[in-house]
Design a protein around this ligand. Structure first.
Ligand code: 48F
Length: 256
């Protein structure tokens, strides 16, 4: 029995890993924008592989604000809560509240249920280049990074990569820092997020969800940070809408 249990895990895990050494789209980070993008693409039959550094995907959504586990979503994104089966209540003036644990769990469930594969405990440390195009990502176990062990990573390839790593914009930052390439931003570099302005930040996050280098797209707080836009705090409509926009432009780019 023990041998069967272990064999079942090893064989099924490595079959899944092998199948996703090459995907249509790789998503770096399982916060709200990455999860929504994963769901929207997977629902259209796109092969999506999402890498999440932590044990639990969900990013900054679990804890609401200051661990007060409620989130706010504005009217424009309410249809997404309905689509993902997340309960909500009107608070005032087109602002709705939802339970952050229910919302985060629903986003994770829908991404996986739609067919996106999630590798948790995996960290993306670099991009792979094919000439002047991002063609994949360089990945290692998160515990290997945490222990500072000198262990080589593996490479996963895709037609498009989404940086959904949140505030640190890790994928855009490593591409820029290591290669000195010009990104599609006003300065050609990662501009880093500015201080909080809710309305400007929410709008800019969606507007700046775009391709910033051939093969590399940004969403959520990474889109905000790369473009030097304002942060916006615990309102999540912009993150969800950014995920939808990322799916749309990536879909167009890969010929959907
Ligand atoms: O930050 P995060 O939740 O991403 P998001 O979609 O949403 C931002 C909001 O949660 C919140 C906010 C709303 O107003 O400001 O912060 O932009 O989630 C990013 C996820 O990416 C993972 C990280 O653990 C988190 O779960 N991540 C970050 N870097 C890497 C990574 C990496 N190099 N490899 C894999 N996962």
């Amino acid at each position: 029995m023990e041998l069967k249990v272990s064999t079942a895990i090893v064989e099924s895990f490595f079959a899944k890993l092998k199948k996703h050494l090459e995907s249509d789209v790789i998503i770096a980070g399982g916060g709200p924008s990455g999860l929504v993008c994963a769901t929207e693409l997977a629902r259209k039959g796109v092969r999506v592989c999402l890498f999440e550094r932590n044990l639990a995907p969900g990013g900054g959504m679990w804890g609401g604000a200051m661990l007060f586990n409620q989130i706010v979503v504005q009217q424009e994104a309410l249809h997404l809560l309905d689509d993902y089966g997340i309960n909500h209540e009107l608070f005032c003036d087109g602002l709705h509240t939802a339970d952050s644990v229910e919302a985060t769990a629903a986003l994770i469930y829908h991404a996986r249920h739609a067919g996106a594969v999630i590798f948790n405990g995996f960290s993306i440390e670099d991009v792979a280049l094919d000439g002047e195009r991002v063609s994949g990502v360089v990945v290692n176990w998160s515990p290997v990074h945490r222990e500072g062990m000198h262990v080589d990573p593996l490479v996963f390839r895709a037609k498009a990569v989404l940086d959904a790593t949140g505030h640190p914009c890790e994928i855009a930052a490593v591409l820029s820092r290591k290669n000195g390439v010009k990104l599609n931003t006003p300065t050609g570099e990662v501009m880093w997020e500015g201080s909080l302005d809710v309305e400007r930040g929410e709008q800019a996050t969606v507007e700046h969800t775009e391709e910033i280098y051939p093969g590399l797209f940004v969403s959520g707080m990474a889109a905000c940070g790369v473009s030097g836009s304002c942060r916006m705090g615990p309102i999540f409509g912009g993150m969800l809408l950014s995920g939808v926009r990322a799916a749309k432009i990536i879909g167009e780019a890969i010929g959907l």
